[in-house]
Design a binder for this molecule. Structure first.
Ligand SMILES: Cc1cc2nc3c(=O)[nH]c(=O)nc-3n(C[C@H](O)[C@H](O)[C@H](O)COP(=O)(O)O)c2cc1C
Length: 210
């Protein structure tokens, strides 16, 4: 009996350590950074020639905050507006090291796959593979609560807003990006173990210009 209890305790400790190892906390997003709004709008554009310089954890945190970061913790609200505040848009991060989901409430990255899968985001556009980071924007119908044709349009609009936050953040902070719908959706869904209710809609490769 004693042995059984000790074994269960050890298994729980081991599991919680391993599970925790897969979640990486990010530094707090910056309070102030980059160009002003008009300057960012004047310089916004899409690029394709990326340098392989990796973003720092701080840059990644700032970028993800721009996408769907919690900017009003007391209300649990986020930087991108969503219809009826359903917050059904989820963001995944692809790097050379793996694929991660951004947990906005924890400001952390949870690993979902190991290895370099940026090719699935690039699909037939090879240049997109060279961006050190690609953000994948996924609509989650379970969070939205319905999946009729009108709901799908609204989720597309919400996804587009997240992408535009990323576009403007990049324009304002010297990074380059390009909003894209091209990607290998079936392979991405398989890799991330997404259900039929979780739909990749857009992606943004992000990095420095070459
Ligand atoms: C919804 C959407 C989907 C897009 N999909 C792709 C894509 O799959 N591949 C690509 O290279 N560019 C894609 N683009 C980028 C557009 O081609 C680009 O924004 C357009 O040429 C205008 O250039 P600009 O962003 O520099 O103003 C997409 C843009 C939007 C808004």
């Amino acid at each position: 009996m004693k042995n059984k209890f000790a074994f269960a305790l050890l298994a729980t400790l081991l599991c919680s350590t391993l599970c925790m190892a897969q979640v990486q906390k990010l530094p707090a997003p910056a309070k102030s950074l980059g160009k002003n709004v008009m300057e960012a709008l004047w310089s916004r554009s899409s690029g394709t020639e990326f340098s392989d310089k990796m973003l720092s954890d701080q840059e990644l945190s700032n970028l993800l905050f721009a996408a769907i970061g919690v900017n009003r913790p007391a209300e649990g609200k986020i930087t991108s507006p969503t219809a009826r505040n359903f917050q059904e848009i989820r963001v995944f991060v692809f790097t050379a090291k793996g694929a991660f989901e951004y947990l906005n409430k924890e400001n952390a990255l949870k690993q979902v796959a190991k290895g370099d899968h940026r090719g699935l985001i690039a699909d037939r556009q090879d240049w997109a593979k060279t961006a050190p980071v690609s953000l994948l924007i996924v609509a989650d119908e379970k969070k939205f609560g319905s999946s009729d044709a009108k709901s799908k349009v609204i989720m597309g609009v919400d996804a587009g807003i997240v992408s535009e936050n990323v576009n403007l953040f990049c324009a304002g902070t010297g990074l380059m990006t390009r909003p894209r719908m091209t990607m290998d959706t079936p392979a991405i869904k398989k890799l991330l173990k997404l259900s039929d209710a979780e739909t990749p809609l857009l992606n943004n490769p992000v990095g420095y210009a070459k």
